[in-house]
Design a protein around this ligand. Structure first.
Ligand code: ZN
Length: 433
């Protein structure tokens, strides 16, 4: 139910994007937005059903393209200039980019067309049971794209869409970013260039009382240890050493004892192989180890991940890990390499200010306060790529549900009106800066 809250001027005035708070004007626009959104609900659910019923597993480029075409027509109808960015150069379907407007603040809206459910998954269809919609991509995140469209439609009905410059990027490979990464995220970064605000329509932690202002980075690392191989009876002699397995265990324990416990920093050895011979295939993330109990292992390899809240924290951790690995025992040789995938979305003041504006929007709509998700509970997502580029970013504003990445994925359709009204009012207030 719509309950206009008292109009409180937030500390956002410094941003010059605060609601003008002309009292009754804010309340009447708030009510109008709520009415437009609520009237569009069933049409939005029908669009969601059509989108969910098209398989768009990341590795099904034709399906991703079809979902892209479905949404493209919707953005065309809103007067966006739309473009399909082909993904052949990075081994994926590609992305839908839509642009509209030349006035007002430049808002970048981010979503993704793909899901983790490929055509061979038994989980393919939209099924609705009252307020619950079960199906692949219902909450992650075709539902978020439907919310984006409904909010933009409400703005158009209010005559406010022309007061924004909006760029929409719907990637086709969020669940498994194409390689090489640079061309795979070029369209997103290009769209972010010059944007004032980035908004992600992920379902985040599926809690309408929270939104995401920070996500940790994701980096993989590989530790290789080599040592002289010899008969086990010779281990620990000065000219032989302790072997690669003991040395890798010693290094891992040194990493744990020296680096564990730092706020928001985690690093995890996920795979370890050691012996007389080892093989590892990064594509399948699997390998082999062979040897004998009476042979000192000459080789060991450890594969792990590293997560950090900011780029300085990530780089500092890499430096310390490299130092620890370099201080190896005599007779051993060591090497650690890092491969960054997602950068962090650092919790900047700009992101906090945007959350404060969203929180006020939510209160004004009668939906209660919104606080930040603990970054430990927020995985990497596409908005992370633009965090260092766009002054203000907020994610998790999509359709909410549960069962992420399982065949029980669902959306709670009651969150549609909450999330869409809040996004529409946020965009409306941004348009009136
Ligand atoms: Zn997602």
């Amino acid at each position: 139910m719509f309950r206009p809250a008292p109009c409180i001027l937030p500390a956002l005035l410094t941003l010059a994007i605060a609601p003008t708070c002309a009292d009754t004007q804010v309340d009447s626009s708030t009510a109008a937005i709520a009415a437009h959104v609520d009237a569009s609900q069933e049409a939005a659910f029908a669009l969601l059903e059509r989108a969910v019923n098209i398989n768009s597993g990341t590795f099904n480029p034709a399906g991703v393209r079809r979902v892209g075409d479905l949404f493209r027509a919707e953005f065309d109808a809103l007067g966006f200039a739309t473009e399909w960015v082909d993904g052949a150069s990075f081994g994926r379907a590609g992305h839908l980019v839509a642009r509209r407007g030349e006035r007002g603040p430049h808002v970048l809206l981010i979503g993704h067309l793909d899901t983790v459910f490929e055509p061979d998954s038994p989980f393919q269809k939209f099924e609705r049971d009252g307020d619950i919609a079960l199906g692949p991509g219902t909450s992650d995140m075709k539902g978020g794209i439907v919310i984006m469209l409904s909010a933009l439609r409400a703005l158009m009905a209010m005559g406010s869409l022309d007061e924004l410059t909006a760029t929409v990027v719907l990637t086709g490979d969020e669940e498994d970013v194409g390689e090489p990464q640079a061309p795979a995220r070029a369209a997103l970064l290009e769209a972010a260039d010059g944007a004032d605000i980035a908004i992600g329509l992920e379902n985040a932690d599926d809690n309408p009382a929270t939104a995401v202002i920070a996500r940790r980075s994701s980096t993989s690392w590989t530790l290789k240890v080599n040592a002289p191989g010899a008969h086990s009876s010779q281990i620990f002699r000065d000219n032989v050493g302790a072997g690669a397995i003991f040395e890798s265990a010693r290094i891992l324990e040194a990493l744990r004892s020296k680096l564990a416990g730092e706020d928001y920093l985690t690093f995890n050895p996920g795979i370890i192989l050691g012996g007389a011979q080892t093989t590892f295939d990064p594509g399948s993330m699997s390998g082999t180890a062979a040897g004998k109990g009476n042979i000192i292992a000459p080789t060991a390899v450890v594969i792990g991940d590293l997560r950090a809240l900011t780029i300085p924290q990530r780089e500092q951790a890499k430096m310390r890990m490299t130092e620890i690995v370099a201080a190896h025992l005599p007779r051993a040789s060591t090497e650690i390499t890092f491969q960054d995938s997602y950068p962090p979305l650092a919790p900047t003041d700009g992101n906090r200010k945007l959350l404060a504006l969203y929180d006020q929007v939510s209160r004004d709509l009668g939906f209660g306060p919104v606080t930040a998700v603990d970054p430990r509970d927020a995985g990497a997502a596409d908005i992370s790529f633009v965090g260092g580029v766009v002054p203000m970013a907020l994610d998790g504003l999509g359709l909410l549900g549960g069962g992420n990445r399982t065949e029980g994925e669902f959306a709670d359709l009651r969150t549609f009106r909450i999330q869409t009204q809040r996004l529409a009012l946020l965009l409306y207030r941004l348009s009136r800066r």
